[in-house]
Design a protein around this ligand. Structure first.
Ligand code: FS2
Ligand code: SF4
Length: 553
C-alpha cells in the first residue's frame, strides 16, 4: 500500500504516505492496492481512447466511464473491494471493445495502428489474490528510486489534480453537461500519466494544463446546476431540527436530492441537507419543496457523531464518507453512484424507496429545536447582481478588502485558524466562503456593510468558479488585474478536489494564495519552494501574522 493523496496522510518521521496496513482514513491496504490497479486500468482505457480519436472513433460510454471510475478512488469515496474490482472489470471490457473498434477503423482507413505503451494492454487477473499480488507493480511510487522525489511529487500533483477534475466531470455529466473536447483533453492527461513520466518541466506544464481544463469543467458544472435548478438566490437555511420523520442527504449530487424531494412529497418526511449539500437550498427548483426544511450537521469529519444522532435515513451521494460502523448507523445509511462501504446498502437507479421506507420506520425528531439560520446562495448570478453595489462601496471607501476563506474541513486542531481568521478580519472587509470548510464559521453573525452581507457563502467547492467570476468583474471595473485587487485567498485543503481548484487558480495566474493547514505530503520542500517562487504560494502561519501581511500587501 502506498497512498499520499490527502491531508490526513501519515507523515515523516513515521513515514511519508499511508503505507502500512491501513490509511488514516480507514482505507485498508487491500482497498488501496485495488484502487491503484483501477487507476492503471483506467489509464489504459484512456490510451486507447486517445489513439481511437486519431481515426475518428469516439466512444461516449468510455468518455463517461473513465472519470466516473477515477472518482471512486478519491479520498473517502469507496472502501468496498467487490465494487472496486467490478469497476476494474468494466474498465477492461470497455477498453477491449474500444481496442477492437480502433483496430477496425485503422484497417478500414489503411492506417497503421499506433504502438502504444505496454501499460495500454494491462490485464486484470481473475482472482482477487492474483490482482493483489501485482500491487508492487502498480504502486504509484514504484519508480521513485529511478525518477527521484521531486518528479514523483509533481506526477502525483498531476494525478491527484486530475482525480479532482474527474470528480467534477462526473458531477457535470449527471447534470447533463458533457463536452467531447474536455473528454479528449482528459484522456490525453490520463494516457500521459499512465506512462509514468518523470520530466520536471513537462510535469509542471501538465499540472497547469489540468488546472485550465478544470476551469472549463467548473464552468460546465455551473451551467449544469443553473440550467437544471435555476440560479441560486441568497436563502436563509435553518440549521436546527424540525419535528417529524427525516432523511438526510449528503455529498455534492443535487440531482439525487431532487429525486428524493420528489419521491418524499406528501409522505410526511422532512428532508435535510448535510455538508456540501447545504448550498442546494438556494436553487429555485430545489427550494420550492417545503419539506426541504434545513441543514443538519456540519463538515464530514463530524459525521460519525452527527449521523449517529440523526433519527432518520441518510443518503451519501458522493464524497466524503467515513466508517459508519463507528456510530452504528450502517443499517440506515445508503450509498449512491461511486460511493461504497462494505455491508452498506447501495442504491442504483432512481428509486429511493428503500431509504424512504427506512425513514418512515424510524422515529424522526420528537420536537422542533429553536431555529438558527445561516445564509447561502451567493453564487455567480447573485454576486454579479451585487457587484455594482459592492463597487460603489469600494469607491466610497466602505469596503477595503476581500477575503476568500474556503475549502475543505478536517479534524486537525490547526484548522481553528480559519474561524479565527474569519472572525478577526477588519469590519470593512467582505468574506467569500465555499465548500465544507465554511462550517467552522457560517453560523456566526458577521453583519453587513450598508446592506451587503459581510459573509457571502458562494456554495460548494466547485463554486470557486463563481468566486473567480466576481474577482474578474471587480478587476474589470477597477481596470486592474486580479492580483492587484485588495483580495486575499486563504484556502484549506483536504482532498483531491481542493488540489485541482488550487491548480486552476495557479493556472489562471492568481498569486499569493495561502494554503493550509499543512503542505500536501506529496510535495517535496523543493517543490513547495518552486511554487512559492513562481506563484507566491504560501503556507498559513497564524491568523494574526497572516492578517497583518495580507492587509499590508
Ligand atoms: Fe468537503 Fe469532502 Fe467539496 Fe471536499 S465534503 S472535503 O469532498 O469536495 O469539500
Ligand atoms: Fe492515507 Fe489519505 Fe490515502 Fe486515506 S486517502 S490512505 S488517509 S493518504
Amino acid at each position: 500500500m502506498y497512498c499520499i493523496q490527502c491531508e490526513h496522510t501519515i507523515r515523516a518521521p513515521k513515514g511519508n504516505g499511508c503505507s502500512y496496513q491501513r490509511g488514516m482514513c480507514g482505507k485498508t491496504a487491500e482497498i488501496s492496492d485495488l484502487q491503484d490497479m483501477l487507476v492503471r486500468l483506467l489509464q489504459s482505457v484512456s490510451m486507447y481512447a486517445k489513439a481511437a480519436r486519431s481515426v475518428g472513433v469516439v466512444d461516449d460510454e468510455v468518455d463517461g466511464y473513465v472519470p466516473q471510475g477515477f472518482f471512486a478512488t478519491l479520498t473517502n469515496v469507496n472502501f468496498d473491494a467487490a465494487r472496486i474490482i467490478a469497476f476494474s472489470r468494466r474498465a477492461v471490457a470497455l477498453r477491449d471493445r474500444l481496442r477492437s473498434r480502433y483496430l477496425a477503423a485503422c484497417a478500414e482507413q489503411g492506417v497503421t495502428p499506433q504502438v502504444l505503451p505496454l501499460a495500454a494492454d494491462y490485464e486484470l487477473p481473475e482472482e482477487r489474490a492474483a490482482i493483489l499480488s501485482q500491487a508492487g507493480r502498480v504502486a504509484l511510487n514504484a519508480d521513485k528510486a529511478s525518477i527521484g522525489e521531486d518528479a514523483l511529487g509533481l506526477r502525483l500533483l498531476c494525478l491527484y489534480g486530475l482525480k479532482g477534475a474527474a470528480a467534477y466531470m462526473e458531477h457535470a455529466r449527471v447534470l447533463g453537461q458533457t463536452d467531447v473536447e474536455v473528454y479528449a483533453r482528459f484522456h490525453d492527461f490520463m494516457a500521459y500519466l499512465g506512462e509514468d513520466p518523470g520530466e520536471i518541466d513537462a510535469l509542471f506544464k501538465c499540472a497547469m494544463d489540468i488546472g485550465h481544463l478544470n476551469y472549463r469543467i467548473m464552468e460546465m458544472l455551473d451551467e449544469g446546476g443553473t440550467k437544471t435548478f435555476g440560479h441560486p438566490e441568497p436563502t436563509r437555511v435553518n440549521l436546527k431540527a424540525v419535528k417529524g420523520k427525516a432523511i438526510l442527504v449528503s455529498g455534492h449530487d443535487m440531482h439525487d436530492l431532487e429525486l428524493i424531494l420528489q419521491q418524499t412529497e406528501g409522505r410526511g418526511i422532512n428532508v435535510y441537507t448535510n455538508g456540501e449539500m447545504l448550498p442546494a437550498h438556494a436553487y429555485p427548483e430545489l427550494k420550492k419543496y417545503p419539506h426541504l426544511v434545513g441543514n443538519y450537521g456540519t463538515a464530514w469529519q463530524n459525521q460519525q457523531k452527527e449521523f449517529a444522532n440523526f433519527p432518520g435515513a441518510i443518503v451519501m451521494t458522493s464524497n466524503c464518507l467515513i466508517d459508519p460502523n463507528v456510530g452504528q448507523y450502517g443499517d440506515r445509511i445508503y450509498t449512491r453512484s461511486i460511493v461504497g462501504w462494505p455491508g452498506v446498502q447501495h442504491i442504483e437507479g432512481s428509486d429511493f424507496s428503500v431509504a424512504i421506507d427506512k425513514a418512515l420506520a424510524l422515529q424522526g425528531f420528537a420536537a422542533d429545536e429553536p431555529a438558527h439560520y445561516t445564509t447561502t446562495g451567493f453564487a455567480r448570478n447573485a454576486l454579479m447582481q451585487a457587484a455594482p453595489a459592492v463597487i460603489d462601496q469600494v469607491k466610497a471607501g466602505n469596503i477595503k478588502h476581500f477575503f476568500l476563506i474556503g475549502g475543505c474541513d478536517g479534524d486537525k486542531m490547526e484548522r481553528s485558524y480559519y474561524k479565527e481568521l474569519a472572525q478577526s478580519v477588519p469590519q470593512d472587509s467582505l468574506i467569500l466562503t465555499l465548500a465544507c470548510g465554511k462550517f467552522r464559521f457560517n453560523s456566526l453573525e458577521f453583519g453587513d456593510i450598508n446592506g451587503i452581507p459581510r459573509l457571502l457563502d458562494v456554495g460548494q467547492c466547485n463554486d470557486a468558479y463563481s468566486a473567480i467570476q466576481l474577482a474578474l468583474a471587480l478587476a474589470d471595473a477597477f481596470g486592474c488585474g486580479v492580483n492587484e485587487l485588495p483580495l486575499s485567498l486563504v484556502l484549506s485543503w483536504f482532498e483531491q478536489k481542493a488540489i485541482v481548484i488550487l491548480l486552476t487558480l495557479l493556472a489562471l495566474g492568481i498569486k499569493d494564495i495561502r494554503v493550509g493547514p499543512t503542505a500536501p505530503g506529496f510535495l517535496t520542500p523543493n517543490l513547495v519552494g518552486i511554487l512559492n517562487q513562481q506563484f507566491g504560494l504560501k503556507l498559513i502561519t497564524s491568523p494574526e501574522q497572516d492578517l497583518k501581511d495580507m492587509l499590508a500587501a
